[in-house]
Write a protein that binds this ligand. Structure first.
Ligand code: GLU
Length: 355
């Protein structure tokens, strides 16, 4: 079985200092992917750049969602043409997959995306993935392509998620203020989040804070995440060779290969409500016990949910303990509450720990 790599390329990487499109990076990526595919790797690319390119082509630079949607629809075919032409020099066929957050939230489309991407890899095709910006509006949108890339990596049990941008290292504070480089992160906890500002870079939607959120999702689910300087030649090969050239976020050591259901609950299904459990249950869940939850242990259930919807399970302080795929609706749950006899409402098979 080959290893899977998901490589995310940020908008800045594809533009030069004058904010003109620069295809050199795509050439370098193709060169590395060609090398790696001959060395037991399947590679998938999550590429931004459609909006940036479209804005240049249209000479229209406002930042509204509608303008982003329009400019992405112009930039995307141009971007794909460049990927196609450059990868063809290495005899590699590329495919295009334009996905939305909504496609991941539906179990059936989730399965379909997974099968298609897997099959394309087996056929030697390199999928070039981007958000389907025309469909993605303010109500349902990935926070950025870092999140989309993390979802793809989890869905395919990738060995590594490589985030290529102009952000290479995590620092303890801004480097100009004496911040120190952090080479390796074993666990992305509150302390790690304190190092980064929530301030956004001016280009693209991804920045360090968003990279941490995506890396947290991916590492919890069992995927290593590495940051890399996108414009450097052989950056992907060097990361695969474990050369220390960007911060590495290590996967949760106790994570095992997830079932499709677990991966989908962790990075796919959308939250529809919340369950608050009592102290006794929250203790057991803190200890990561595999248990089913009886109605009696549930203090409160909020949200309008149906069978098959995803709920967050929290303790009374609001700390998230895991996610549960509801096997009953909130109306049925209320009926259980008035019944004398306790029913199992959260079956262990449908519960996943989120950290
Ligand atoms: N779909 C956007 C684009 O191609 C991605 C924006 C981003 O994550 O920066 O431009």
């Amino acid at each position: 079985m080959k290893n899977i790599l998901v490589i995310k390329i940020g908008s800045q990487v594809l533009m030069d200092e004058k904010w003109q499109f620069d295809s050199k990076v795509i050439q370098q990526v193709a060169e590395d992917i060609d090398f790696l595919r001959k060395n037991w790797y399947y590679c998938l690319v999550v590429s931004s750049g459609a909006c940036a390119l479209g804005k240049n082509l249209l000479k229209h630079h406002d930042q509204s969602t509608l303008t982003n949607q329009v400019t992405a629809s112009i930039g995307q075919p141009f971007l794909m043409k460049v990927y196609q032409e450059i990868f063809a020099q290495y005899d590699i066929t590329v495919s295009q997959a334009l996905l939305t957050r909504f496609d991941f939230s539906n179990k059936s489309t989730y399965g379909s995306i997974q099968s298609v991407l897997q099959k394309q890899c087996e056929l030697g095709i390199v999928p070039i993935i981007n958000e389907n910006d025309v469909v993605a509006n303010d109500e349902i949108i990935f926070s950025d392509n870092d999140q989309l890339a993390a979802f793809v990596a989890i869905m395919l049990w990738a060995k590594k998620l490589i985030l290529l941008s102009n952000i290479t290292w995590l620092y303890t504070s801004h480097p100009d203020e004496g911040g120190k480089i952090i080479h390796n992160v074993e666990k992305i906890d509150d302390k790690i989040f304190e190092y980064v500002s929530k301030k956004k870079s001016s280009f693209g939607r991804g920045w360090m804070y968003s990279k941490l959120i995506s890396a947290q999702t991916a590492t919890y689910a069992g995927v290593d995440v590495v940051l890399g300087e996108g414009k450097k030649r052989h950056i992907i090969r060097n990361i695969v060779d474990d050369k220390k050239i960007g911060t590495v976020f290590y996967k949760n050591p106790i994570s095992r290969k997830k079932t499709q259901m677990e991966s989908w609950i962790q990075a796919g299904a959308l939250l529809k409500g919340k369950i608050i459990v009592n102290a006794c249950l929250s203790d057991l869940l803190q200890q990561k016990k595999r248990i089913s939850i009886l109605e009696i242990g549930i203090v409160e259930a909020t949200g309008e949910f149906e069978t098959g919807d995803l709920l967050e399970v929290c303790d009374s302080e609001g700390e998230i303990l895991g996610k549960w795929l509801a096997r009953i609706s909130n109306k049925e749950f209320k009926k259980y509450k008035t019944n004398e006899k306790s029913q199992v409402v959260i079956h262990a098979n449908y519960f996943v720990y989120t950290n």
